[in-house]
Design a protein around this ligand. Structure first.
Ligand code: SF4
Length: 327
């Protein structure tokens, strides 16, 4: 049985922030939160419906970047001509996520806030430090095939489930927040938190803060980009591994490389060692293979997910070849 809660729909940002200040939980598409409330994993006392707020625009920024409002649906973001033209990696990551119905409901803000798919997290009878701090982690000695090999801790080994967050991490996006203390911007790399000793703290949000947009900075043009997702089934499945790659090649030389991996990290996993190896080089089969080897630097596999190390390298190599060409 679901716990009782109050519900209010707000019409402007100030009302939303006032409700957030008194502890209300923001809800938009509801595709994560309502599920978790049904399973009694989350029990908010007050829901604040923010769907009427004017946060549904996709706009080009003056420098050549892109700002996506927090309430833009996944489907609308994926179909938007500016997104498709400038950052295909974002459109592809969205299209490879969830079902068409979910993509119509779920928002960009909600997508990056979604919670792990770790089965023990969703089973209220299991030990889970993320759901109940200090209770332990059933996944450490349990079935951990889908869990993280990078950025995990002895408190939590869950992966972050979002695909588009991997594209945002690769492209070094910024999360724009509004809160009781005004507006602030947080680099995507600092927004989603690694578990460490506090796996229940997942984002760098202060009490009452609201995501109002995600901004992708301008990258040098031409920029080729794309997203590859490897999973057990062809659809409606979370990634075993994934790779978001963006390359700027001029005069036959890679001038900029942005690469991140999904399905393997406690958070979307940026791959700076891979990026460094690519920049200044000429695209070649040998280069893709050499760079991909670095993708699993620092990996710490669990009992059932050692296969992800090799799968991650192959996923990155393949996506470098797809985006960068076979020379
Ligand atoms: Fe909970 Fe994290 Fe352990 Fe899963 S991996 S049971 S989410 S603490």
């Amino acid at each position: 049985m679901m716990h009782p809660f109050s519900y209010a729909k707000v019409a402007d940002v100030d009302d939303a922030l006032a409700a957030g200040r008194r502890g209300g939980r923001y809800i938009a598409g509801g595709t994560t939160l309502v599920d978790l409330m049904r399973e009694n994993v989350e029990r908010p006392a007050e829901l604040v419906d923010i769907t009427a707020l004017p946060l549904r625009e996709v706009t080009a920024t003056s420098g050549g970047g892109l700002r996506i409002g927090a309430l833009v649906s996944m489907a609308d973001a994926a179909a938007h001509p500016k997104v498709r033209a400038t950052y295909p990696v974002v459109a592809q990551a969205l299209e490879l996520s969830a079902s068409a119905q979910l993509r119509n409901m779920a928002t960009i803000g909600g997508n990056i806030m979604q919670r792990t798919r770790c089965t023990y997290f969703r089973d209220v009878t299991a030990a889970c430090n993320k759901r109940r701090p200090g209770s332990g982690c059933a996944a450490l000695d349990g079935f951990n095939r889908g869990h993280a090999i990078l950025g995990a801790s002895d408190q939590c080994v869950a992966t972050h489930p979002s695909d588009v967050a991997v594209a945002f991490a690769a492209l070094e996006a910024t999360v724009h927040l509004l809160g009781p203390d005004g507006e602030r911007r947080v680099a995507f790399a600092d927004f989603l938190l690694q578990p460490g000793g506090t796996p229940h703290q997942e984002q760098a949000l202060r009490p009452g803060e609201l995501i109002y947009a995600v901004e992708i900075p301008a990258h040098p043009r031409p920029l080729k980009s794309g997203y590859l997702k490897v999973r057990d089934r062809q659809s409606y499945e979370f990634a075993l591994t994934s790779a978001a790659v963006a390359l700027h090649v001029r005069g036959g030389v890679i001038r900029a490389a942005k690469v991140a991996a999904g399905g393997v990290g406690a958070v979307p996993w940026k791959l700076p060692a891979v990026e460094r190896l690519l920049v200044g080089e000429r695209p070649s089969e040998a280069l893709w293979a050499e760079a991909a080897v670095r993708a699993a630097d620092g990996a710490r596999p669990l009992r059932h997910n050692r296969f992800k190390i090799e799968l991650l390298k192959r996923t990155v190599e393949r996506q470098l070849r797809i985006v960068g060409g076979m020379k």
